[in-house]
Design a protein around this ligand. Structure first.
Ligand SMILES: O=C(O)c1cccc(O)c1O
Length: 542
């Protein structure tokens, strides 16, 4: 199995790769090597804190040794460079240990979210031909071991299930580590480090192949912009597998800088505020709905939040009025971040004035992030006008993993990624996100592909047709609404029955439609396609 990005996915043409190396963006680092160097430079500094249920800490030396021993154990069990391993862990220290062990041998973590269920996990296991699946025993009332057993039955390639906690019929992760036999034959910096998940617009998630070189640059650039250094104490509030808390600047950025990462088991103020106080947290990242909850809860809290210096907010639309309230309520700086797991990340800057921070979504990390804003014909719009955002650069992928047809649609011939976002650019280079052209719902930062949910509802025998659309929501930004046309001969269904049907199919709970409405017909576009835009505007609150 090869790790070379050009084989399973398009990669940067040689002249771009040379340019990015010459400019010092790609420096030939790998994640395995990075942790090794940090452990040598400052072995006794605290790298990681997992505060629950009992506080556990890892120094850089301990994390490095743990990664070595786990890597040796994975190798002893036959996991090899290039193999894919689906990692579905909540915010626990083992998540960080496992991914560094995989980085070290060059096996590729496939980052599943804790909320994913049978539909998503089955896709990740079969599509990536994963050889192993790492799960908690149970989380949020769901037994992951039972799902893992089902995945093993269905996927002959899936040979190992490693469980954090009580393993049941599987292998306890704690049984895996062993003494390394020698140095690891790890990946090269230009090779793939992991597969990240796309938000998706068409059915199942596409997988995003990121290399050590390119992702490391996005960390370094993010650290510089956010002021991350060895003194940073970063609270991981969102699920650690999301690209935002992982890399913008995220727990990987903070480890790169030699700071301390603290994992919050839950994102609510009742959990997070005591952690901010006790762990003297200086920085965190939130999605807009959480930023609202924190902003509302902060003024009345008994906890001392004064260590907080910077809160990043991104992942979905953040209203200007909510943004204005954050700094006074939390007593720290706000930074907006508009990013995507495919690459491009924009930040407002620490020296931007308040107006810029609350009204824009920032500007790109890199001077070599190429931005085009185009009309429907791919022609550049006049400066300052709205259009489709296309981008190309030193940490933006040139194609999804094993998806040539999708790639032909999602990338231009000269390698620009079609983000699907509608933006305009201000004179200083900051972008304002105006909306979205792609068929996707952004439910408080969780991205939903309507087609995936539609396909599930269509499987109901009483359903003739369905269209799932976004509707505005004051708290989440958007919620999902399923318009359902029933068969004329079918017994009437209730909205609750539709939602239960979707849930029972085994899908992440955030994808279950928030609302279900029964209609006789959909609005049509000129070409006879369902007009999503029309359905969306029909659902605007009047
Ligand atoms: O995917 C995202 O929404 C996102 C948001 C902020 C920062 C990122 O890196 C992201 O990937």
């Amino acid at each position: 199995m090869t790790l070379t990005p050009g084989v399973d996915a398009p990669t940067w043409p040689a002249e771009f790769a040379e340019r990015y190396r010459a400019a010092g963006y790609w420096r030939g680092e790998t994640f395995g090597g990075m942790l090794r160097e940090r452990a040598a430079a400052h072995p006794d500094r605290t790298a990681l804190v997992d505060p629950a249920p009992e506080r556990r800490t890892w120094t850089y030396r301990e994390l490095d040794e743990r990664a070595d021993r786990l890597a040796a154990g994975f190798l002893a069990r036959g996991i090899r460079k290039g193999d894919r391993v689906v990692v579905q862990l909540p915010n626990v220290g083992e998540f960080v240990e496992v991914v560094f062990a995989l980085f070290r041998i060059g096996a590729l973590p496939v980052y599943a979210l804790p909320a994913h269920r049978e539909t998503e996990i089955a896709h990740f296991c079969s599509f990536t031909e994963a050889v192993a699946y790492v799960v908690p025993d149970a989380h949020d009332g769901f037994d992951h071991r039972a799902l893992a057993s089902l995945m093993r039955e269905r996927n002959p390639a899936l040979q190992h299930v490693f469980v954090v906690g009580d393993p049941g019929e599987h292998t306890a992760l704690s049984e895996v580590p062993c003494e390394p036999a020698g140095p690891f034959d790890g990946p090269a910096p230009h090779e793939l480090a992991f597969l990240q998940l796309s938000g998706g617009t068409t059915g199942l998630n596409k997988l995003i192949p990121r290399t050590h070189d390119d992702y490391m640059y996005s960390l370094r650039g993010s650290n510089e912009i956010c002021g991350v250094d060895a003194g940073t104490r970063f609270l991981v509030v969102l699920p650690a597998a999301h690209n935002f808390p992982m890399s913008s600047p995220g727990w990987l950025g903070v480890l790169y800088a030699g700071g301390t990462v603290v994992l919050a088991p839950r994102p609510d103020p009742a959990t997070a505020f005591p952690l901010v106080e006790r762990e003297r947290i200086t920085m965190t990242g939130l999605v807009p709905p959480l930023a609202l909850v924190w902003t509302d809860a902060a003024p009345a809290t008994a906890h001392d939040l004064s260590s907080l210096e910077l809160v990043l907010v991104g992942g979905a639309k953040y209203s200007e009025s909510a943004a204005r309230r954050l700094e006074p309520a939390l007593g720290c700086r706000l930074m907006q971040v508009f990013g995507m797991a495919e690459g491009l990340v924009n930040y407002t800057r620490l020296d931007d004035d308040t107006e810029t921070v609350v009204t824009t979504q920032g500007r790109p990390i890199s001077p070599d992030d190429e931005i085009r804003i185009v009309d429907d014909e791919d022609d550049d719009v006049p400066e300052g006008e709205f259009g489709h955002l296309l981008t190309r650069g030193p940490y933006t992928i040139r194609g999804y993993w094993r998806a040539p047809e999708h790639n032909a649609r999602s990338f231009t011939g000269d390698g620009f990624y079609r983000t699907g976002d509608i933006v305009r650019r201000l004179p200083g280079g900051h972008l304002v996100v105006e909306g979205r052209a792609k068929d996707q719902i952004n439910r408080g930062g969780e991205k939903i592909a309507p087609e995936e949910v539609e396909n599930i509802i269509l499987a109901h025998p009483a359903v003739h047709d369905v269209s799932v659309v976004a509707v505005p929501d004051a708290y989440l930004g958007e919620r999902s609404l399923a318009y359902v046309i029933l068969r004329t001969d079918a017994e009437p269904l209730t909205p609750v029955a539709v939602k239960r049907f979707v849930r029972e199919r085994g899908i992440a709970a955030y994808k279950v439609p928030d609302l279900v409405e029964f209609v006789d017909a959909f609005p049509q576009t000129g070409v006879g396609k369902i007009s999503k835009k029309h359905l969306r505007s029909a659902a605007e609150p009047s």
